[in-house]
Design a protein around this ligand. Structure first.
Ligand code: FES
Ligand code: FE2
Length: 341
């Protein structure tokens, strides 16, 4: 239960920049993976480990067709099959056609690459990869590595209680007092949403959009927070993804997309603010992780902590469904929550 879900799609970085003959090493759930694109432009993901002596294949050249291990020159195609062992004599009967590097399923969506690190048969009922339902005129992406567990980091994505204390920047939360909040939550496939509502427009960020913004926030396993904002014809999506890199190493990726070209003017402003926001989470999560390392227990208390409890219930259900080979059955019910923030 403390491990991240095995059979799930995780964000492994931006799709942009992965092109031509470039290879990109990434970490995912303790695994080292090399990403690239084949000659047709399709992305691939292979275990970043040559079967011969363990060399990182991302260190070698890629000619658009095969990756060459820089240690003894073995070549592998993008599906992981060994295509050549150049040191083999014609008179050597050894057959390299059965040597293979482990491939991983990979997808591309919302400007990101997604890898499912699960080995072995998939249960088939895996949460969908986050997508965008409008054509963005622009976007900003910020990534920050957090020295905290995947669960602790993912909890912060569904934790209304920390906002007033951690994210208290003037531009996000100008009023300092705690106010009563009442929100309705509904189960959706592999997660839950906070139902769409007209916001108070109290935040300068929302005010910039004009109109009366409607906001809907979805949480979806394994660790995606999808905030969709609609103000008149304008659309903004604020997506945050947690990716387990290894034990107590989690990547937080925040992507902001907008539909209106006029908002491109705000791009230079958005990036430092998003970075500041994510760094606030990073700081507090790292200190909390140090406390959990000394004693790994939490108290989930009051209605403000119910979304955190729901995260663990969803995760447990996903594990049990996978183990039993049955479809995922969302255990949550529609419910109104009250808290102060
Ligand atoms: S380690 Fe890769 S070819 Fe020898
Ligand atoms: Fe936060």
């Amino acid at each position: 239960m403390r491990q991240p879900l095995a059979d799930a799609w995780y964000c492994v970085g931006q799709a942009r920049g992965l092109a031509g003959r470039c290879l990109r090493p990434v970490a995912l759930n303790g695994e080292q993976i090399v990403l690239g694109r084949d000659a047709q432009g399709a992305p691939f993901a292979l275990r970043d480990r040559c079967p011969h002596r363990g060399m990182a294949l991302s260190r070698g050249p890629f000619d658009g067709d095969t990756l060459m291990c820089p240690f003894h020159g073995w070549r592998f195609s993008s599906d992981g099959r060994c295509r050549d062992v150049p040191t083999l004599s014609e008179h050597d009967a050894a057959d390299f056609s059965r040597i293979r590097v482990q491939p991983f399923p990979i997808r591309e969506s919302a400007g990101f690459l997604w890898v499912n690190p699960h080995l072995g048969p998939s249960g088939g009922d895996v949460p969908a990869v986050p997508a965008l339902d409008f054509e963005p005129a622009g976007s900003v992406v910020v990534e920050l590595e957090v020295a905290a567990s995947f669960d602790l980091t993912t909890l912060s994505l569904v934790d209304p209680g920390h906002v007033a204390f951690v994210h208290d920047s003037w531009w996000f939360r100008p009023s300092k007092g705690l106010r009563e909040k009442v929100k309705t939550f509904e189960p959706v496939a592999h997660g839950f949403t906070m139902a769409s509502h007209g916001t108070t427009k109290s935040s300068p960020v929302y005010r910039l959009l004009g109109g009366t913004p409607e906001v809907e926030i979805e949480f979806r396993l394994p660790g995606a927070r999808l905030e969709r904002i609609r103000a008149g014809a304008r659309r903004v999506a604020n997506y945050t993804f947690a990716t387990p890199l290894g034990p107590n190493r989690t990547m937080l990726t925040n992507a902001l997309y907008w539909s209106s070209p006029a908002l491109n003017l705000l791009k230079p402003l958005a990036r430092p603010l998003m970075r500041q926001f994510l760094a606030q989470d990073q700081q507090v999560l790292q200190h909390a992780q140090a406390g959990l390392d000394r004693k790994p227990t939490m108290v989930l208390f009051g209605q403000g902590d119910l979304p955190g409890q729901w995260y663990f219930r969803l995760k447990r259900e996903a594990l049990e469904a996978a183990r039993a080979g049955r479809p995922f059955a969302n255990p949550l019910e529609r419910r109104e929550l009250r808290w102060r923030s």
